[in-house]
Design a protein around this ligand. Structure first.
Ligand SMILES: *[C@@H]1O[C@H](CO)[C@@H](O)[C@H](O)[C@H]1NC(C)=O
Ligand SMILES: *[C@@H]1O[C@H](CO)[C@@H](O)[C@H](O)[C@H]1NC(C)=O
Ligand SMILES: *[C@@H]1O[C@H](CO)[C@@H](O)[C@H](O)[C@H]1NC(C)=O
Ligand SMILES: *[C@@H]1O[C@H](CO)[C@@H](O)[C@H](O)[C@H]1NC(C)=O
Ligand SMILES: *[C@@H]1O[C@H](CO)[C@@H](O)[C@H](O)[C@H]1NC(C)=O
Length: 433
């Protein structure tokens, strides 16, 4: 009997040891901070506080390699800002496998949404936001005049980071805004909003450098990608765009100032389908000084695009510009359009309409092969200095393509555009994968 008792105690001792071991095993697993363990639940009530509690735990963890997890399920939340810096210098990995959305009903339902942004990551280094989940802005349920323009996802002051694989749908404003960022890669995104939804840009970049937007499918009611003021060294590659307003630089010159500059941009290997514009540079009419330089659009396929190639320095959407009749003072220089093929839905395939006060310089059209239905394509140029077109620029565009006299005069002088091929400002980098 006594020996049986001993055996049982021994059994319990072993059990205790085993569970103790398990608990230590869990310590490692505890570097996953699941929002449902901080009070979040798939429901229509505001989960913001639970999200923030889980964030504080993940960001404050000393374990290293912590993960903030939004598991499967549909979670409502109001405006939420995940702020750094984090305890060990690097941000957690953020895995979003569920669907996040504002509370149902009216403007955000029971969730408070800021006008600026819905989900913000700020002041972080080495962040990875990924997962099979969806950020659903529910913008298509807004109606009336008081529609908000809340951006769905903002990276603000984020460095060496990656945004990968998420779906973003029906934003109220921009879907993704990368601002004050350095070395950020956004890739494998699926972004979708109705063609009629205003200001729903797919990915916007501003005040940022060394940004890569790669291999994504983007169709919205506004620009698929827009590269705004203060952007340097931006590469957009492998984006399937449409519907929407195309791949755009700008609009520039709204506010003016030192920051109103875009320098070093490559947009390549993209397809643009059924959009109003293909590749575009836009600056506001009457805008103060600014600059856009070293810009390459290449290997782009157009499918039924209204304005496949366009520089518009009299940009004035909805005709509400006080200086609509004044020229823009944004200087556009060293822009190459190369190997752009496909179909235009209008006869006007190429429009380069530059400022009479700041003519575009170093503009090059090379290997443009567009067709315009049954009619010959036309092109229109004003205030453009070349070397516009080495020989048959708008080749298959069937246009006689008279390079304007001005451009011919500049041809020899402009060696600067040759430098484009060498991409001296392009800087390779790696970020958290
Ligand atoms: C984090 O994970 C990476 C790769 O999984 C590993 O190399 C690194 O040592 C880990 N860091 C810490 C602090 O655990
Ligand atoms: C980001 O990465 C670059 C290059 O790897 C490094 O020099 C820089 O210090 C990093 N930034 C931060 C804030 O760690
Ligand atoms: C071009 O983009 C497509 C996806 O749109 C991708 O499959 C292909 O590998 C890319 N090619 C190059 C040369 O980058
Ligand atoms: C081309 O685009 C126009 C609108 O710009 C549209 O009406 C037309 O149906 C499209 N054609 C095709 C073949 O998709
Ligand atoms: C232009 O494109 C068409 C079809 O897209 C192709 O058949 C033709 O060979 C191209 N022409 C040149 C000069 O590349």
């Amino acid at each position: 009997m006594a020996s049986t008792f001993k055996a049982i105690t021994f059994f319990f001792a072993v059990l205790a040891l085993l569970t103790g071991g398990n608990a230590r095993g869990k310590d490692q697993a505890a570097s996953v901070f699941d929002v449902t363990e901080y009070g979040a639940a798939p429901s229509n009530r505001d989960n913001r506080d639970a999200f923030l509690a889980a964030w504080r735990a993940a960001c404050g963890s000393t374990a290293g390699n912590s993960t903030l997890l939004f598991p499967k399920g549909t979670f409502a939340a109001g405006a939420v800002q995940f702020e750094g810096p984090c305890r060990n210098g690097d941000a957690p990995v953020v895995v979003i496998d569920g669907v996040l959305q504002p509370c149902a009903g009216g403007s955000g339902g029971g969730c408070r949404l800021s006008d600026d942004a819905w989900i913000t990551f700020s002041g972080l280094n080495n962040l990875l936001v990924t997962g099979a989940g969806t950020l659903d802005g529910q913008g298509h349920h807004q109606s009336g005049k008081a529609k908000s323009k809340t951006t769905t996802l903002v990276f603000d002051g984020v460095t060496n980071s990656t945004l990968r694989g998420l779906r973003l749908v029906n934003s109220r404003g921009f879907h993704v805004n990368l601002r004050r960022c350095t070395r950020v890669v956004a890739e494998g995104l699926g972004i979708h909003a109705p063609a009629a939804s205003r200001n729903t840009d797919g990915v916007h970049v501003g005040l940022s450098s060394h940004v890569r937007i790669l291999n994504s499918v983007i169709g919205t009611g506004d620009d698929c990608v827009s590269v705004g003021p203060g952007s340097t060294d931006v590469v957009v590659r492998g984006v399937a765009c449409g519907p929407g307003h195309g791949l755009s630089v700008g609009s520039l010159g709204k506010d003016g100032g030192e920051q109103d500059v875009v320098r070093g941009l490559v947009i390549e290997n993209c397809t643009v389908t059924g959009t109003t514009n293909g590749v575009r540079i836009k600056t506001w009419a009457g805008s103060p000084p600014g600059a856009a330089s070293n810009i390459k659009f290449q290997d782009i396929t157009m499918d039924n695009v209204s304005n496949p190639i366009i520089i518009d320095q009299r940009y004035c959407p909805h005709d509400h510009c006080s200086d609509a009749d004044k020229p823009s003072l944004v200087q556009i220089s060293d822009v190459t359009f190369r190997r752009i093929e496909g179909t235009s839905s209008t006869p006007l395939a190429v429009q380069l309409l530059c400022s009479e006060d700041r003519p575009c310089t170093g503009v090059r059209l090379d290997g443009i092969n567009l067709t315009c239905g049954d009619v010959p394509c036309r092109s229109e140029f004003s205030n453009v200095r070349g070397p516009l077109a080495p020989a048959p620029a708008v080749a298959q565009a069937q246009a006689p393509s008279p390079a304007p006299a001005a451009s011919r005069r500049e041809e020899a002088a402009d060696a600067a555009s040759e430098q484009l091929g060498r991409s001296t400002w392009w800087s390779p980098f790696t970020v958290r994968g």
